[in-house]
Write a protein that binds this ligand. Structure first.
Ligand SMILES: [Zn+2]
Length: 366
């Protein structure tokens, strides 16, 4: 079954040294335990399980052999083979990141050609807001216009407020006087990273207002990520008041990743009609346990509310790992359900179709 990858980033298509490669298979930018490499982890093992066969080596080939084979083929051929093996129909690409391991990411048209997939853009709202040059009094209007322009060519907007101020977003937009005050401080500062909770809340509410007439969803980072994150502030349960307040607008909210709060995300998807739960990144990083974790999402989340993604970033390997881990673990989970008498074969294939592509096609109108 070909998949719709509803959240990913682009890749680098250059020769990477072993350290550069290893730095992209972990969420950490810190060194691993002495005497080990990032391959000594569930995701590292998953890379060695799924990727060597795409480059003509046996599964579980040692990391050094894999990297030697990758460099023998060259980055263009290796990237093409790995992305083809992922068998993706469409990729919705968050363009908020522009480089990985110090190398620029491929432009979207090149990614589409390499993956043989339709590629559509997801716009990261904080990146847009950080580039807006205006006055304090003009900040709200200028960011709204910038988001409107960006949304015109995109399939969704995306927020990383979880990284910046956490997900306890208030259930109404901040007062304009407060926004002007906060914008003044931001515009006088070095403007490197937008972290002010008033501006971030205003921005998220503006994203909802911009998406409503266009029928576009807003993707929200939740759950684990790199060491920048304060994990407890990325619990999607913190979004409950905001989610309730957004409901009348009809704007769908897609809770990305989720782990270890994927059960909270599943509950939110179960009780709010406009909330969806993503399984990307989680399924890649949980390795041999991915079927159990996917099972935990599907305990509560209705099958029409769960979305596959890879969250591939930098390495084409992460697209193949995300897709292969997902296919394998969902098939295993559904086979268990079927053997157990929990569902019919027809139910299993309907669930697979919805989560793999159908839900995303409906939500993003692909
Ligand atoms: Zn991402």
């Amino acid at each position: 079954m070909r998949l719709v990858d509803q959240h990913c980033h682009s890749v680098v298509r250059v020769e990477l040294d072993p350290d550069g490669f290893a730095s992209l298979i972990t969420e950490s930018d810190r060194p691993p335990a002495a005497g080990t490499t990032p391959f000594d982890s569930s995701i590292g093992m998953a890379v060695r399980r799924w990727c060597p066969p795409a480059l003509g080596l046996p599964a579980h080939a040692p990391a050094a052999d894999y990297l030697a084979r990758r460099s023998e083929l060259g980055p263009v051929e290796a990237t093409a083979r790995l992305l083809a093996a992922a068998a993706l129909d469409a990729c919705l690409v968050d363009t908020g990141l522009t480089a990985a391991a110090g190398h620029p990411l491929l432009p979207l048209a090149d990614l589409a050609a390499a993956a043989g997939a339709e590629v559509r853009e997801v716009v990261r709202i904080e990146s847009i807001a950080e580039r807006v040059d205006t006055t304090a009094a003009g900040w709200s209007g200028a960011t709204r216009s910038a988001l409107e322009r960006a949304a015109a060519g995109a399939v969704a907007l995306k927020s990383i407020a979880a990284y910046r101020c956490g997900l306890a977003v208030p259930p109404q937009p901040p007062e304009e006087a407060e926004v002007v005050r906060a914008a003044g401080a931001w515009l006088r500062g070095p403007r490197t990273r937008l972290t002010d909770p008033v501006l971030l809340a205003r921005l998220l509410w503006t994203a909802v207002e911009v998406c409503a007439p266009l029928g576009l969803p807003v993707q929200v980072h939740t759950g684990f990520g790199d060491p920048d994150l304060r994990l407890h502030l990325a619990d999607p349960a913190l979004l409950a008041d905001f989610i309730r307040a957004v409901e009348p607008s009809g704007v769908p909210l897609v809770l990305l990743h989720g782990y270890p709060y994927h059960r909270q995300a599943a509950w939110l998807a179960a009780v709010f009609p406009h909330v969806y739960a993503d399984v990307g990144l989680t399924v890649s990083h949980t390795g041999a346990r991915a079927a159990q974790v996917l099972g935990e999402v599907l305990e509560l989340a209705p099958f029409g509310k769960v979305l596959f993604s890879t969250d591939g970033y930098g390495l084409p390997e992460l697209f193949l790992v995300g897709a292969a881990q997902y296919r394998y673990s969902l098939a295993r989970l559904l086979a268990d359900w079927h053997t157990d008498g929990a569902c019919s074969a027809a139910d299993a294939s309907r669930i697979e179709g919805m989560v793999s592509a159908g839900n995303a096609r409906r939500l993003y109108r692909l």
